[in-house]
Write a protein that binds this ligand. Sequence first.
Ligand code: SAM
Length: 287
Amino acid sequence: MENQLLGPQEIRELAAVLGIRPTKTLGQNFVIDPNTIRRIIAAARIDPDETVLEVGPGLGSLTLGILDAAHDMVAVEIDPPLAEQLPLTVAKFRPGAEERIDVVLNDAMKVMELPKIPTALVANLPYNVAVPVLIHLLGQFPSIEHALVMVQDEVADRLAAQPGSKIYGVPSVKANWFCEVSKAGVIGTNVFWPAPKIKSGLVAFKRRPELLSDVSRQLVFDIIDAAFAQRRKTLRAALGPWAGSSARAGEVLDAAGIDSSLRGEKLDIFGFIKIAEAYRDHFMEQA
Ligand code: SAM
């Protein structure tokens, strides 16, 4: 028989025991539908010997599914009552599995080390901070080879967007520095408690086997931020504040072989890397 996953009744009972009400500030929408958990786990393609990082385990809906699929896991939760309860919930619904999970009380946007080395990230991310959490974790933990996250559907589309589309922007290019990104499904609103107003989307990430360049990631990300801060302007104009002037931005773009009359939204990650490399090679002060 299949292991039990948490449904509406279990979630409500757990919330009552803890005396908690989900808060918007922490993006607390708990999954109450076992089928949704099965879908996420299937899409996550977890190998049994993996160590999975979950962000925001909440009341444990996804955690139980991950523990059934993976050998080991670590969960980072910012809300103290939820972090304290999680091992008890695991012990109740998966006796013995509490040995295989470490719960870390911390802000996933700031966490710098973990008690285990994660190879995968699987999470129903807190919606208000989903992109910064994702970018921080991919940068901080290069051992994460793949990820499957649930975010607001429009954020999912933005993460997986291609150059030239209206929704292509900072999240799409930065995620592409680390990974190949693809949309992995849409999830309706009634599988959550409380039900959010908008649909959610699943996004899959596959880490690139090698870094795309040895140029500094911070430099590339600064250029991306500048290009999209004024996305309707040409690269020459938009990169002016970053380079010191539009004229200098034009020189950097010429050196990179990039048409300075393009807008940033036309450029893929490789284009941004060319700009950063040209800047490093021809314009940065030598120490
Ligand atoms: N995984 C659970 C589920 O699917 O039912 C809960 C998901 S809920 C959308 C987001 C969770 O992230 C909540 O448990 C919330 O307390 C937690 N959270 C919010 N901000 C966080 C942060 N900065 N770092 C870690 N956890 C956070």
